[in-house]
Ligand binder design. Sequence first.
Ligand code: PD2
Ligand code: ZN
Length: 288
Amino acid sequence: MTQASSSPQTITPALREWIVAQAEAGHDAPSVLKAMLDSGWQEDVAIQAMETTLSDHLEAQALQQGLPPRSAVPEPDLDESPLCIDAGDREVSVLLVMAQPRIVVFGNLLSEEECEGLIAAARPRMARSRTVATQTGGEEVNPDRTSDGMFFGRGESELIQRIEARIARLVRWPVENGEGLQVLNYQPGAEYKPHYDYFDPQEPGTPTILRRGGQRVGTVVMYLNKPEKGGGTSFPDRHMEVAPQRGNAVFFSYERPHPSTGTLHGGAPVLAGEKWIATKWLREREFN
Ligand code: PD2
Ligand code: ZN
């Protein structure tokens, strides 16, 4: 490997080729980094070169294998491993962080009064849940989802505006890219079978759905009450379940509409009591 001894050092095509060759020869990241440092590369330049080169290389391989291209995704600021995030008008706790798939569990996203307020405003408007019909791009009753639900319009009340602004700040994604908040109520026995929240590119109705804001790239499920038993949000491929504690929320993002994101998830059956959630889905672009 050639190296640049005088500063500033720049990431050259030759360096990128060398990094890819090392990775393909099976050398792990720490040993590649060490080789670069030993030959005089500055540490920050070496790390940056490895990160961008390997991520671009992985994306090129994914596209070659026929996967859909990657999009930017919402992402909370988790640099320096914060225990709390300032979401503008509220300090939100960080309870769990997973890298792949990106899942973050938040505590204290909503106050008790906000949970109550959402339920009270949603209750008179509840009807059997509908999902987007992927065949046509319209809406349909979905047998995999035995809950009742409704959508608020974006920004339709002061309470909704406040919560939407908080989520936007928390996951650093524009309010305008969010769908209206959906509230769901599950009675005992009700569940939401495992699914992906993105729209399947193979389905005939998907191009119509994508005209409004592009793909979904992130989800925030907020727990508005605490069922007596059951009703967690499960990630079956990761053997993981988030307990539905009032005011808490689970966030996850998916950078391409593909199962390789590992974001298969479901609402486990409610075994006793009832369950209320509010879901915010985030699109690539402005949703209207
Ligand atoms: O109720 C849930 O926990 C749940 C599970 C899976 C909600 C959603 N998906 C959703 O609203 O997309
Ligand atoms: Zn879902």
